[in-house]
Write a protein that binds this ligand. Structure first.
Ligand code: AMP
Length: 290
């Protein structure tokens, strides 16, 4: 928690790079938390984690147009910078990097960073250019903020995997920290998109966490049939009247490939389900005790 100084807001790349360079010269450890804003307790937990690990915390707030598909929610994505300033500062952010789209994507911009393979399954299958947009903006934000540490959330498990892989593949000199999912008291994973849900959808969306808890309990009891577990989860999710179930996936977290076997130390169960027009994702990393 910080309360003395107001958070510093930087809007240009040059300023941000200069400020980070100055902190680096002073041997200060810098952590960055990239976000799209409309900050909630999940984002706060990332900023608090960053604050516990570094001298200077930069929160970036940028609704990145290139990671949204043509029929997705870019224009209606919630934005509230005044609220975000308070939340970021309270959680321990020293600086907010808050650029305009033209600052990030000037006319003529044409470079892309892509992690091949795991970018095209699950979220990537339903959101074809999404991860190209994500990995490209993350590289840009790393080059702009020059952090020693970057903190992301396990809520976006595939994104976390791809960013770790990209940083390893391309030898970025930054530690990637993945922080656990923060949930509402009733289990719904916090998300800026939860505000789209009406009262009934909000209640129905609890089936996501319930189905993940069910899978964890059944695996703990010794169930090893993915087909059966998926069927049981499907039943639970269908009881919440979803408009569409995009996937219920059992993923080997080491490779991020879908698996039909429960013979590794842990399994990532990942979901994408639509309630009304709102698409929600959730996941759980479940230990498999032999
Ligand atoms: P977003 O603003 O949705 O792009 O998210 C920014 C960062 O916050 C990403 O690394 C997300 O994975 C993370 N995040 C979003 N929701 C949660 C949550 N409920 N718990 C933990 N981290 C989250």
């Amino acid at each position: 928690m910080k309360s003395e100084l107001p958070v510093q807001i930087l809007k240009t790349i040059r300023e941000m790079q200069e400020v980070s360079e100055k902190f680096r010269c002073e041997a200060k450890k810098i952590a960055v938390v990239p976000t799209m804003g409309y900050l909630h307790n999940g984002h706060m937990s990332l900023i608090e984690r960053a604050s516990s690990l570094a001298d200077i915390v930069i929160t970036t707030i940028f609704v990145n147009p290139t990671q949204f598909g043509p029929n997705e929610d870019f224009t209606r994505y919630p934005r509230d910078f005044e609220h975000d300033k308070v939340v970021a500062h309270t959680a321990g952010s020293d600086i907010i990097f808050y650029p305009d789209a033209e600052e990030i994507y000037p006319t003529g911009f044409s470079s892309i960073v892509e992690v091949e393979g795991a970018s095209n399954i699950l979220e990537g299958a339903f959101r074809p250019k999404h991860f190209k947009g994500v990995t490209t903006i993350v590289v840009k934000l790393l080059n702009i903020t020059k952090p020693h540490i970057a903190v992301f959330g396990q809520k976006d498990a595939q994104q976390a995997f791809l960013i770790r892989k990209m940083v390893r593949d391309l030898n970025f000199d930054v530690d990637i920290i993945i922080a656990p999912i923060v949930r509402e008291a009733d289990g719904l994973a916090m998300s800026s998109r939860n505000m789209y849900l009406n009262e009934t959808e909000r209640k129905n969306a609890l089936v996501l966490f319930r189905s993940l808890q069910h899978a964890a309990e059944r695996i703990r009891q010794g169930e090893r049939s993915i087909a059966l577990l998926r069927k049981e989860m499907l039943n639970i999710i269908q009881s919440g009247a979803p408009t569409q179930i995009d996937y219920i996936a059992f993923v080997n977290p080491a490779t991020f490939s879908e698996t039909e076997h429960l013979n590794q130390p842990e399994i990532l169960v990942a979901l994408a389900v639509r309630f009304g027009t709102t698409r929600l994702i959730d996941n759980s990393l479940i230990p498999i005790v032999p």
